[in-house]
Design a protein around this ligand. Structure first.
Ligand code: G
Ligand code: G
Ligand code: MN
Ligand code: NA
Length: 249
């Protein structure tokens, strides 16, 4: 397919970049980390969203290569903001790959990044094929000293039993549960229940998709550890992120 050919080319010829979105503390007042998000600006078609080309990479056997590009780029860039953690998304295909642990170790070693600053974001999709294999891989990653976050929690088919079965450190609550906050009297009940659940399991809890000041206040009251969303900042190129670091939120 056309898009597959073009993606191959983009991977080979430096056509992809990585953007960074700030992650802020539970009070919503200071930056504590950044999430790396891959970007593709096609010369003719303009920006192609990752929601479109990541699945293409997965189907075309390009995901390991794409994932390694993001890992190396993000960990190299993160050298410029040593006081923040860096969160990187992993496709289930990467988690299935036996070479992943070695790739991560090498991507950490090259720029000399402290593994405790690194959060690898996985989704429930890692459990579809071979849950035992996935669990093993996550344990090996944690043994490197990195943390594991379960992304998009509550969307799709997440089952609560995943929370006990997976070796994870952090929950990212899907924006679906943040959006209704403040819109109705009981708009926050599921969110509050997820925060309590995460707490009880000893997990750190992040709320995604924070867009309004009211949501920030309610999330702070709910006891979220971290927040992320357009209210604070949109994903931005590394240069803009460095500038923002100097300026503050
Ligand atoms: O950046 P944006 O909000 O448009 O991302 C859309 C989707 O693409 C999200 O689900 C996000 O997790 C995914 N995505 C963005 N960057 C990466 C990446 O580097 N690797 C993987 N596997 N998914 C990514
Ligand atoms: O990896 P994950 O599926 O969490 O990807 C995060 C996606 O959410 C990115 O594509 C990012 O651009 C998007 N995003 C980040 N903040 C907001 C927000 O406040 N509102 C909405 N609608 N999307 C957001
Ligand atoms: Mn993510
Ligand atoms: Na998400």
């Amino acid at each position: 397919r056309f898009i597959e050919q073009e993606l191959r080319l983009a991977l080979a010829e430096d056509g992809l970049t990585v953007a960074y979105q700030p992650i802020v503390a539970g009070d919503g007042l200071r930056m504590v980390g950044a999430e790396a998000l891959v970007r593709w600006k096609h010369v003719v078609r303009g920006n192609i969203p990752p929601g479109v080309f990541v699945p293409v990479a997965e189907q075309a056997g390009l995901m390991i290569e794409l994932g390694e590009f993001v890992l190396r780029r993000a960990l190299a860039d993160a050298r410029d903001w040593p006081e923040l953690f860096i969160a990187i998304n992993l496709s289930p295909i990467q988690v299935r790959d036996r070479g992943l642990v070695r790739t991560v170790a090498s991507a950490l070693a090259d720029p000399g990044i402290d593994p405790s600053r690194v959060v690898l974001e996985i989704t429930e999709g890692v459990l579809i094929d071979n849950p035992e294999d996935a669990k093993q891989r996550l344990k090996e990653l944690r043994a490197l000293g990195v943390k594991i976050a379960l992304d998009d929690f509550g969307s799709g088919y997440s089952s609560l039993s995943y929370l006990r079965r997976l070796p994870i450190d952090k929950l990212k609550i899907d924006k679906e549960f943040v959006a209704p906050l403040g819109r109705s009297a009981n708009g926050g009940v599921i969110l509050q229940a997820i925060v309590a659940l995460g707490r009880a399991l000893g997990l750190s809890v992040l709320a995604e998709g924070v867009e309004t000041e009211e949501q920030r206040l309610l999330l702070r009251l709910a006891g979220c550890d971290e927040m992320q969303g357009y209210l604070f900042a949109r994903p931005m190129p590394a240069a803009a992120f460095r500038e923002m670091m100097g300026r503050g939120l």
